[in-house]
Design a protein around this ligand. Structure first.
Ligand SMILES: Nc1ncnc2c1ncn2[C@@H]1O[C@H](COP(=O)(O)OP(=O)(O)OP(=O)(O)O)[C@@H](O)[C@H]1O
Length: 280
C-alpha cells in the first residue's frame, strides 16, 4: 500500500504560462483554444498540474506533441521557472519546503545531489567536447566528490553498466553514435546515485534495436538501484514496458492518472481511449 510517507516528490497545482494572461483567462471557467487563450493568446504550457511520485516507482507521462510534458520536466529540474504551484522533495527536507521558492544556490544543490536528468537531446546533458569520464567527474564534483580515484571507479562502474567500452572512456561523446551518447548521458545522470531520475523522451530518434537496449538498461537500473523515475514519452509501448503508473496530459492539463495496466486496459478519457486504441 502506497502512503503519503512513501512519496519521493509531490507537485501541486503547477502551471507555466507564456504571456500576460487577461481578465478572460484568469477565470477558472475560461474556455481555451487548445492550450491558448482566444483573447490574449497566452499559452498555457502546463495548467494546474498535480501529482505524486512514490519511492521506487516509475511514473510515466504520456501525451501528444505540445501537451506540456517537456515544460513540466524542465520545471522539475529547475531549467524553467513555474508561473504558479508548489514542488516538495522528500530527499531535500522531507517535503517541508516548496523548493520552487528556494535560492538558485539551493536549487543547484538539489539538482546536484537529489535529481538526475536525461534529456531527449544528449547535447543538453553532456559536454560533447569533454571525455565521457570527464562528464561523469563533472557531475561527481558538483555533488561534492573530491577523490580522483573514487571518481574514476564510479565512472568505470557506470560506463560499464551502460555498455560503453572502457577503452573508449576518454573519448568525447561527440565521437559516439546517438545511442552511445544517450547511454553516456544515463551513466552521468546516475553517477551520484540520485534518488529521483527524470527521463525526457530518451529513446526518440534511436534505432528500434538501440531503443530496446536503452529501455532494458533503464529497467535494470531501476530494479537494481530502486531509484524513483519519471519517464516522459509520447509512445505508449515505452510507457507500457517501463511504468508502474501513468499520467496522461493533453493541452497542458492532466486528464487521467492511474496504474499503467488500468490506463491501457480501461482508459476513461476520450483522448486516452483514442491513444490506446490507435496502438491495438
Ligand atoms: N518559450 C515558449 N514560448 C511560448 N510557448 C512555448 C514556449 N515553450 C513551449 N511553449 C508551448 O508550450 C506548449 C507545451 O510545450 P512542450 O514542449 O512542453 O510540449 P511537449 O508535450 O513536451 O511536446 P513534444 O512532445 O513535442 O516535446 C506548446 O504549445 C509549446 O508551443
Amino acid at each position: 500500500m502506497k502512503t503519503a510517507d512513501n512519496l519521493a516528490i509531490s507537485v501541486s497545482n503547477v502551471s507555466k504560462f507564456y504571456g500576460d494572461r487577461c481578465s478572460y483567462c484568469v477565470e477558472d471557467d475560461a474556455v481555451l483554444n487548445r492550450n491558448m487563450c482566444p483573447e490574449c493568446h497566452t499559452v498555457f504550457a502546463c495548467d494546474d498540474v498535480s501529482f505524486d511520485l512514490h519511492n521506487g516507482e516509475i511514473l510515466g507521462i504520456v501525451g501528444e506533441s505540445g501537451s506540456g510534458k517537456s515544460t513540466l520536466m524542465k520545471m522539475l529540474y529547475f531549467d524553467q521557472t513555474p508561473s504558479e504551484g508548489e514542488y516538495r522533495i522528500s530527499g531535500f527536507d522531507g517535503r517541508q519546503t516548496d523548493v520552487f521558492g528556494l535560492s538558485s544556490q539551493a536549487k543547484r544543490q538539489i539538482r546536484n545531489e537529489i535529481l538526475g536528468m536525461v534529456y531527449q537531446n544528449p547535447v543538453y546533458g553532456l559536454k560533447m567536447e569533454f571525455s565521457s569520464m570527464s562528464n561523469i567527474a563533472e557531475k561527481l564534483i558538483a555533488s561534492g566528490s573530491r577523490h580522483v580515484g573514487g571518481m574514476t571507479e564510479v565512472g568505470d562502474h557506470f560506463l560499464g553498466k551502460v555498455n560503453i567500452p572502457l577503452s573508449r572512456k576518454f573519448d568525447p561523446p561527440k565521437n559516439f553514435s546517438g545511442g552511445m551518447q544517450q547511454r553516456v548521458q544515463i551513466a552521468k545522470a546516475l553517477s551520484n546515485y540520485p534518488p529521483v531520475l527524470l527521463l525526457d523522451e530518451v529513446t526518440t530518434g534511436l534505432d528500434l534495436s538501440v531503443q530496446a537496449d536503452v529501455l532494458e538498461l533503464i529497467k535494470e537500473i531501476q530494479r537494481e538501484l530502486g531509484i524513483s523515475m519519471i519517464v516522459v514519452s509520447h509512445d505508449l509501448a515505452i510507457i507500457r514496458m517501463l511504468c508502474d503508473r501513468t499520467m496522461v496530459m493533453l493541452d497542458g492539463s492532466v486528464i487521467e492518472t492511474g496504474i499503467t495496466d488500468q490506463i491501457l486496459e480501461d482508459p476513461q478519457h476520450a483522448y486516452t481511449q483514442q491513444l490506446v486504441y490507435s496502438i491495438l
